[in-house]
Ligand binder design. Structure first.
Ligand code: ZN
Length: 531
């Protein structure tokens, strides 16, 4: 049976940019659009030309992309002609392959927000679609509040959608703008729409306010819609948009969809999904969601020993899809609940060859259990576990010694009489026969210590120049003999490889120092730095 084509429309750069705290630069937009293009997304909505200088710039020249580069904007304003609406004229001038208009489809909004008649709203949709078609653009219409509008006044909501389709819009997109519609309602309403407009011209745009944007998108497809709009990592206003990073693998890997539909994303492109998801987080300067389906660090992690031994024999016993299909990897967590099988599997993944009955494995397991009792968390700190394993197996060189460090936090009045806090760290390191002293200021004690420590490691400096810290998490644990602090540090190098290290102490600086040291030593081991 021939498979039907299902189209993906990404609005990370338009709807996703509405997220609190997100502010893309032009360079960000270009690199995200390129990444989406490389993933095989059919449409990339770049923004709203005319609404702000960045978006206007983004559409000021043609972008060399395989995807349909799409500009977003409003239909003509009530009471104006299409040629006499500056917003619409700017949109038509944008260098885009497609134009996605947004229009009201809920009678209540037409009356209250637009303060116009239902007839004028329909006329505005027709005129705008006609004007964009005349300019040679592919046209989409986002029907805002479609589901709420349909519940209130089905004939009017349908008339809005039909007006665009009849004028030649390629897609009529049904938007759950407030995000409150449930999957069974979406399936039922889309089922009614496709009786009037062919499903291969109908799209779905779902928001995640009941955490069902992905489910709503799939429900719409089941009912006949053939375009899905969404964003990377579900970025978007309030609770976000439908998450394409969850939708894409579901369409590719789940039989119900994979047998019926083709999408623009190939198997090879699917393998780049986890990387794309993490790259976006990085640009937003935020830690990735460890629990994200398919692409999260925890998505294929197994802790208990009994599961781990089964998973090594037959991965399908505890995995719903193969992790490498989406560019993720299986992780068997090493913790105080772990058995030998977790440890062996993890050593194998790291590439450390050890015989199954080697006595050192028992020692490593005892060490993990003892340290986890003190507060270390190796399941969250893969790099610290690897170092511990390598140390027990005797393969970590002593690259350098920190002879002493000093961190000083001072609060005082500056020359202008303002109260300022100044932090400085001094680190004394011995590398080979050399003694090196580095000092650095920072925005806090850990930052100052980190900068000073990585400022000059003598002959090892070239190996750590691409190292940076991407996340820092602190937790106070209530130990038996009083509170201890656990610090987890996530690092990344110039190749994009990421790892996490852990430190534990009653003193937060000391715990941070341990985690920083592990991160640097791990990088030296990985880079094959000479002892
Ligand atoms: Zn939206």
């Amino acid at each position: 049976m021939a498979r039907e084509r299902l189209y993906l429309f990404d609005t990370t750069l338009r709807d996703g940019a509405q997220t609190n705290g997100v502010d893309f630069t032009l360079a960000d937009k270009i690199s995200i659009a390129t990444m989406l293009d490389d993933l095989g997304i059919d449409y990339v909505e770049g923004g709203y030309p005319g609404a702000n200088p960045t978006d206007t710039d983004f559409f000021s020249k043609g972008r060399d992309l395989k995807t349909k580069f799409t500009a977003f904007g409003m239909t003509r304003r009530p009471g104006r002609s299409a040629s006499n609406d500056p917003g619409l004229v700017a949109l038509l001038d944008a260098k885009a392959d497609a134009i996605c208009f947004v229009a009201k489809s809920w009678d209540y909004h037409v009356r209250v927000a637009l303060e116009t008649t239902l007839e004028e709203n329909l006329a505005s949709i027709k005129d705008s679609v006609k004007a964009a078609k005349a300019k040679g653009r592919e046209v989409l219409l986002d029907c805002e509040h479609f589901f709420d509008g349909y519940k209130a006044n089905p004939p009017f909501a349908l008339a809005c959608a039909k007006a665009a389709y009849d004028e030649g819009a390629r897609w009529v997109v049904l938007c759950d703008t407030n995000g409150g519609t449930l999957p069974h309602e979406v399936e039922q309403i889309v089922g009614e729409v496709v009786k009037v407009i062919p499903g291969d011209h109908v799209g779905i745009h779902a928001h995640n306010d009941t955490e069902q944007a992905v489910a709503n998108s799939l429900a719409a497809v089941r009912a006949g819609a053939r375009q899905i709009q969404g964003t990377l990592n579900g970025l978007g206003e309030r609770c976000g948009n439908a998450n394409l990073v969850s939708i894409i693998p579901t369409l590719k890997l789940k039989r119900e969809f994979a047998d019926k539909f083709d999408i623009g994303v190939s198997e090879a492109q699917l393998k780049a999904l986890a990387h794309a998801s993490h790259t976006l987080d990085e640009m937003l300067n935020r830690a990735s969601n460890r629990y994200a389906p398919y692409v999260g660090e925890n998505a294929f992690a197994t802790k208990a020993g009994i599961h781990a031994s089964a998973i090594m024999k037959e991965p399908a016993t505890y995995e719903h899809v193969a992790p490498d299909a989406v560019g993720n990897k299986r992780r068997l967590l090493v913790s105080d609940q772990a058995g030998r099988s977790n440890v062996l599997a993890e050593l194998d993944r790291i590439g450390l060859k050890v015989a199954k009955d080697d006595a050192r494995i028992g020692r490593l397991l005892d060490e993990v259990k003892a340290r986890e009792a003190e507060g270390y968390a190796y399941e969250a700190a893969d790099a610290s576990f690897e170092l511990l394993a390598r140390r027990v197996l005797g393969s970590v060189p002593n690259y350098f010694d920190v002879e002493k460090f000093d961190v000083n936090v001072e609060q005082r009045l500056n020359a202008k009489g303002e109260r300022v806090t100044v932090t400085m760290a001094v680190v004394k390191v011995a590398v080979g026969g050399e003694h090196l002293i580095s000092a650095a200021e920072g925005n806090g004690p850990v930052n100052a210590l980190d900068v000073a420590l990585r400022k000059d490691l003598g002959k090892y400096q070239p190996f750590i120049s691409g190292l940076k810290l991407t996340d820092y998490r602190v937790r106070i644990l209530d130990g038996g003999t009083g509170a201890v602090t656990r610090v987890l540090i996530e690092s990344q190098d110039e190749t994009g490889e990421r790892w996490t290290t852990v430190g534990v102490s009653s003193n937060i600086i000391d715990a941070s120092f341990q985690a920083l040291m592990d991160s640097i030593v791990f990088k030296l081991v990985r880079s094959g730095a000479p002892a």
